[in-house]
Design a protein around this ligand. Sequence first.
Ligand SMILES: [Zn+2]
Length: 182
Amino acid sequence: MEVYLSENAFIGLLVSTIEVYQRECFGILLGHRESERTLVDFVVPYQSAKRKFQEVHMDWQRGQRVEEAVHAASRWELVGDYHSHPMYGEKRGTTRLSNVDLDDFRDGGTSILVAINDGHRRQRWGYVKGGLIAGSINGYLIRLAAYHKNGNAVLRVPLVCPYAVGFTAKTKGPTPVEVRPE
Ligand SMILES: [Zn+2]
């Protein structure tokens, strides 16, 4: 079992995570399931910025509505969800699942966790040990991990994204050319 991210999904995860930093983002993964892998074509952020323990039930109802809408409107399937773990004060965000994350994990579900931390060091994007993808963008260090629930066990599974590997965020565009009247 592995989780394959498209270019759109990868960029969606980065934008969603950075947009609400230092709050936690939360959203859904759309794509297709195959027997040995989950293909994530794109992601849709939920507009509620913060998930609280008491809102789990509400999130479930919302999840049902979203699932029905996705099914009715597109050829995609709802294949999982994602959220971020931002740095908070001195406490660094990690890709480890919290107890609430484990309690919320749907049977047969797939989740992507995005850890985001301040970091001034530039890090080229690539795979790191344990099936994770990591790199830097605009002064943030980001790590992504995928998890899948099989029976009662939640396992970390390899995350694959050819687009992300070797990706270096642009720091400067091409030199603009001044437009002069003819
Ligand atoms: Zn979490």
